[in-house]
Write a protein that binds this ligand. Structure first.
Ligand SMILES: NC(=O)c1ccc[n+]([C@@H]2O[C@H](COP(=O)([O-])OP(=O)(O)OC[C@H]3O[C@@H](n4cnc5c(N)ncnc54)[C@H](O)[C@@H]3O)[C@@H](O)[C@H]2O)c1
Length: 423
């Protein structure tokens, strides 16, 4: 009688492939000169790793929608790593010490985060309201701008809920939450929003022409001292800094959703961004309890989206190959290495496993990985059939408004719990 299939070893083989996909892209990021191993580890541990310990890749992309995934993955797949051999830099990638990413440091007295007391946020949607509430909770006055009073009223309601959540978890007191809400003011007039700003964070809809227009306006309307930042997931600082006459004061600050519940974010230097701007922004975020990861050089997809798309490429390949269902992959990720990645990035995990062991895993798995450069069939099918994820009520899973809300609440509760334990 043939032996029954060994599901445990199947699953560990799949997990090894998924881990390897993430590590291959992590090494490529270091090799490109865009990020240090410490920056990759910090970003993963404080953002996508935390989310992957709660939900697998299909569940997570399902929130954003497969139509948008098609666009994001379509761009990034064109130049993700397809290495089949271990990079010569692999040993040195494991050679960094744990801890925060190296941020540029200027001589004492040349930069001060105290100078940033007025923050303006352009775009009060999903990300903008969370960015605003976090700065308000840090004691800063925040001006929030969007296109209509109704959008702004909705953002304030959501900010209030977010602040209450922080208070409910004990991260801030009820009185501080109330005071923070009082520090957020709103306006439909962009000039009014940025007139006194020391820092402007643009979090408007994802459209390059729109962002260029907004940066041109900000340059004209914000004080000369103000740093202009963008939360865009896609566009590089060079693309929007060129619309200003102060490209040295323009920088990318890429948060992850929910921005006030994840301690990590990416800071992306454009070619013209000055050391002073990068140091000021790095110090500012550290002073409000964030753990920023600095990219030394702009690169499409930054760290987080490149790694998430690399993981998705392998996950879809596993499902298309009939090795596991999407739900099985999700469960595998969140119960195995997703959990690990919430406390240590890919290089730290590799070092803990041992250099020779990890090298052997890479040598075995690199040739097995998907190298596709176009959007996976599985994603195209979901888009073609309208199964776009949460917003369509179906994707890889079925969703009702109630189940989607319960999913978000579960994610938020889980992230808050990690906050309490890992900070
Ligand atoms: N959603 C995410 O998970 C996520 C994560 C990281 C970064 N981002 C980026 O953050 C930005 C905002 O994304 P979001 O998810 O909050 O989108 P959203 O649609 O929830 O919010 C965007 C807001 O911008 C407003 N807006 C549009 N044009 C404007 C203008 N001219 N002036 C002021 N406001 C304007 C819209 O009315 C809307 O309220 C995008 O650049 C996106 O790529 C999103």
């Amino acid at each position: 009688m043939p032996a029954p299939p060994d599901n445990t070893s199947n699953l560990s083989a799949i997990a090894a492939r998924l881990r390897t996909a993430l590590l291959r892209e992590s090494i490529a990021l270091v090799d490109s000169g865009s990020a240090t191993p410490a920056a990759v580890d910090t970003l993963v541990r404080t953002t996508i790793g935390r989310r992957l310990s709660v939900a697998g890749p299909f569940e997570i992309w399902e929130q954003i929608g497969w139509d948008l995934v098609q666009v994001i993955a379509g761009e990034l797949l064109k130049d993700l790593s397809n290495a089949t051999d271990v990079s010569p830099s692999f040993d040195s990638c494991l050679d960094h010490t744990d801890g925060g990413p190296p941020l540029p440091v200027l001589a004492a007295g040349t930069t001060t985060t105290d100078a940033i007391s007025h923050v303006a946020v352009i775009g009060a949607g999903l990300m903008g309201h969370g960015i605003a509430l976090e700065f308000a909770a840090s004691g800063r006055s925040v001006r929030l701008h969007d296109l209509s009073p109704a959008l702004l009223a909705d953002a304030l309601t959501r900010a209030e809920v977010g602040l209450r959540t922080l208070a409910g978890s004990g991260r801030i007191s009820g009185a501080d939450a109330e005071a923070a809400l009082g520090r957020i003011s709103t306006t439909t007039n962009v000039a009014d929003c940025v007139r006194a700003a020391d820092l402007v964070i643009e979090a408007a809809s994802e459209n390059l022409d729109l962002k260029k227009r907004i940066f041109q306006q900000l340059d004209t309307l914000a004080p000369a001292r103000a740093i202009l930042a963008s939360n865009t997931s896609t566009f590089l600082p060079s693309a929007y800094a060129a619309s200003t006459r102060r490209p040295e004061q323009v920088i990318g600050t890429h948060y992850y959703n929910p921005p006030h519940l994840l301690p990590g974010l990416e800071i992306i230097r454009g070619p013209a961004t000055s050391d002073r701007t990068a140091a000021t922004i790095g110090a500012l975020f550290e002073s409000i309890g964030k753990q920023p990861a600095l990219l030394a050089r702009e690169i499409q997809g930054f760290i987080g989206n490149r790694l998430q798309v690399a993981l998705l490429r392998e996950a879809t390949s596993v499902v298309e190959g009939g090795l596991a269902t999407a739900a099985e992959v999700d469960q595998l990720v969140r119960t195995t290495f997703g959990r690990d990645l919430a406390s240590a990035g890919p290089f730290t995990l590799a070092r803990r496993a041992g250099l020779e062991t990890t090298r052997a895993v890479l040598v075995h798995n690199l040739p097995l990985l998907s190298n596709r450069r176009t959007v996976p069939e599985l994603v195209l099918q979901k888009v073609a059939s309208g199964a776009l994820g949460v917003k369509a009520g179906r994707g890889f899973y079925d969703w009702t408004p109630e189940s989607a809300e319960a999913w978000r609440a579960h994610m938020a509760d889980s992230l808050l719990g990690m906050e309490a334990h890992q900070q």
